[in-house]
Design a protein around this ligand. Structure first.
Ligand code: AMP
Ligand code: MG
Length: 328
């Protein structure tokens, strides 16, 4: 039976309905776009509260599924922005009570891995998770998904968004910078900040803004930022592949929509004799389908919880979440 998944960790409110084998029957999403500046968590949460009822109806209609035909309701428990998570969790609890369905909490980062894993057909790939708030290299080992490397300051997407907004643009900055970079050609020096399997971006933000102040054209700036930042991500992914003796990598997160990043990671993986898989864009960005699919795995492993035990976990760590469906 299908499972309904609710996603609301940050700017995107999304409802997905997924059948066995990760077949997406319905998916309705809406992204909060602040008129200026970055995301204000409470305003994003208000957006989600307003939109969720319509998105639930839309996803059910698209799927041609009645509530009584659902097996469970899954939701993103964390990590994420508190007010946004609370909005989604409240909707999920309400639906579970109303329809008398089990409630299944899901870790958002694990959901990115699981949807990429099932869509790729790869059994045990490493994940480069590059999104707004998160930048992590994740691999499964001994009962948990482990974070092998991550950003030491801001997420790659937040870095791109901040830069674009400082350059006079609006959120989201990643896709706009990608378009801008297409006509750039001159590579300017920017801080390349890799520490083992970790990365940092705030130095690059300061340096890029300084270059902008010195009159470097936006296309060249965007090009230099993309090349440098994505090379950093490619390097830590390669190091993780080598250390974990893996040959397959999958991508997740909104920044994984980027063609340059996809190309660089693909080249690296193929040069090592391995493979790279990037899910379709709708499955890279935050979406309710990945929550529903991971909810399926968790539900089958007996991880449904009573309402009292369904509190949100804004700082939930990927490696603290049990994943019994992966074995021990
Ligand atoms: P997520 O948090 O996973 O939903 O992803 C949102 C982030 O992805 C935002 O920071 C966007 O700027 C970024 N993003 C979306 N599309 C692209 C793209 N084509 N290139 C780079 N970044 C992108
Ligand atoms: Mg995400």
């Amino acid at each position: 039976m299908p499972i309904l998944g609710i996603e609301s960790t940050a700017h995107t409110a999304s409802v997905g309905i997924v059948a066995d084998g990760a077949k997406v029957l319905g998916l309705a999403s809406d992204m909060y776009r602040p008129p200026s500046g970055g995301i204000h968590p409470r305003e994003a949460a208000n957006h989600h509260v307003e939109l969720f009822p319509g998105l639930v109806t839309q996803a059910l209609d698209q799927a041609g599924v009645r509530p009584e035909e659902l097996e469970a309701v899954a939701f993103s428990q964390g990590p994420g922005l508190g007010p946004c998570l609370r909005a989604g969790a409240t909707v999920a609890r309400t639906l579970a009570l109303l329809w008398n369905k089990p409630l299944v909490p899901v870790n958002h980062c694990v959901a990115h891995v699981e949807i990429a894993r099932v869509l790729s057909g790869l059994d045990d790939p490493l994940l480069l998770y590059a999104s707004g708030g998160n930048t992590q290299v994740i691999a499964y080992a001994r009962g948990r998904y482990r974070v092998l490397g991550e950003t030491l300051d801001i997420g790659i997407g937040n870095f791109l968004d901040k830069l674009w907004i400082e350059l006079g643009g609006t959120f989201p900055g990643g896709p706009a910078l990608e378009r801008e970079a297409q006509t750039g050609s001159e590579l300017f020096d920017l801080p390349y900040s890799v520490h083992g399997m970790d990365v940092a971006f705030s130095g690059m933000l300061t340096a890029a803004l300084a270059l902008h102040g010195r009159g470097v054209a936006r296309p060249d700036l965007a090009y230099s930022v993309e090349v440098t930042a994505y090379a950093m991500l490619t390097e830590i992914t390669e190091r993780a592949l080598a250390h974990r003796r893996r040959d397959a990598v999958v991508l997740g997160g909104g920044v994984a929509c980027n063609e340059r990043l996809r190309g660089m990671v693909r080249t690296m993986a193929e040069e090592r004799g391995g493979t790279m898989f990037a899910p379709p864009r709708a499955m890279c960005v935050d979406n309710g389908a990945m929550i529903a699919w991971t909810g399926r795995l968790a539900f089958d492993a007996g991880l449904a919880v009573p309402i009292e035990a369904s509190a949100i976990q804004p700082r939930q760590r990927t490696d603290l979440v049990p994943t019994p469906w992966r074995g021990s």
